[in-house]
Design a protein around this ligand. Structure first.
Ligand code: AMP
Length: 147
């Protein structure tokens, strides 16, 4: 198996996010891969902004809810040593945006939890399932036993 060169971590801030994030960081370090992170905003209203669906990480958007989400991503990225340029905060449907980001950024491994906020323990959640079926690359679903 060749080395992975670009790993994308999909994070939803559910209870096991740190566990999934730590596994992704360990793999990125082991392969010395480019390391990116994505969080898809699917549960807060989209304000009327000049931005498209990708929220700029380095700009003050002026929207409180957005700034809270952005700062969570920046904070976690700092801990995982992920560069600003590799942080993706995107509006939309999680499975679609994760696959689109992986395609556009030429990711060769997506890492996510086997379930998250919407999933059931022991089963593959709907985001994980859909990403597995549509991803342009390998997908590692980190097995989570309970939520
Ligand atoms: P689910 O299939 O929705 O239970 O979620 C499975 C995994 O998909 C989670 O553990 C996350 O890694 C990822 N995921 C789910 N929702 C999102 C989201 N809004 N943004 C980024 N990743 C997500």
């Amino acid at each position: 198996m060749s080395d992975y060169r670009h790993i994308l971590l999909a994070i939803d801030y559910s209870a096991h996010s740190d566990y999934v994030a730590n596994k992704a960081k360990a793999l990125a370090d082991r392969y010395q891969a480019k390391f990116s992170i994505i969080h898809v905003l699917d549960n807060i209203p989209m304000p009327d902004t000049n931005y498209g669906s990708v929220i700029p990480i380095n700009e003050d958007t002026g929207y409180e809810l957005l700034e809270i989400e952005k700062n969570k991503l920046i904070e976690l990225s700092k801990r995982l040593e992920i560069d600003d340029d590799n942080q993706w905060l995107v509006w939309g449907v999680p499975n679609q945006e994760i696959v689109a980001c992986a395609t556009q950024q030429k990711v060769d491994l997506i890492i996510l939890g086997s379930h998250g906020r919407h999933g059931l323990a022991l089963l593959l959640g709907s985001t994980a399932n859909s990403v597995l079926h549509h991803a342009p690359c390998d997908v590692l679903a980190v097995r989570l036993l309970d939520n």
